[in-house]
Design a protein. Structure first.
Length: 109
């Protein structure tokens, strides 16, 4: 089931099961965000620090493991560098470093 953005930038309810492929290695890494409840049903954007305003976005989805259910937003392949996570359209949140072949994890309250 595809998840399509609505006119207001929110997402339709996420599928009960959503798999993700990470494409990391030489020159790229991934970011997994663990957003708080206030991000449910939204998209989260990130951009390179000092970049020229280009942002990439992904949806917030609830994913279930054997241990628990948790909201996640996953950027499966990003060039190595420093990024800012956007709280909303104008508010910069935490910075995160994407390292070569690694997965960075960030909790957003």
């Amino acid at each position: 089931m595809a998840v399509m953005p609505t006119a207001h930038g929110t997402l339709e309810p996420a599928a009960a099961c959503a798999s993700v492929a990470l494409d990391i290695g030489a020159g790229s890494g991934a970011v997994i965000l663990y957003p708080g409840e206030r991000f449910r049903g939204r998209e989260i954007e990130i951009s390179r620090l000092g970049g020229h305003g280009h942002r990439v976005h992904t949806g917030v989805h609830e994913r279930t493991t054997q241990e628990r259910s948790r909201l996640t937003a996953i950027f499966g392949s990003l060039p190595v560098g420093d990024y800012v996570v956007w709280e909303d359209a104008v508010t910069a949140g935490p910075a995160v470093t994407v390292s070569d072949g690694a997965i960075a994890e960030v909790t957003l309250p």
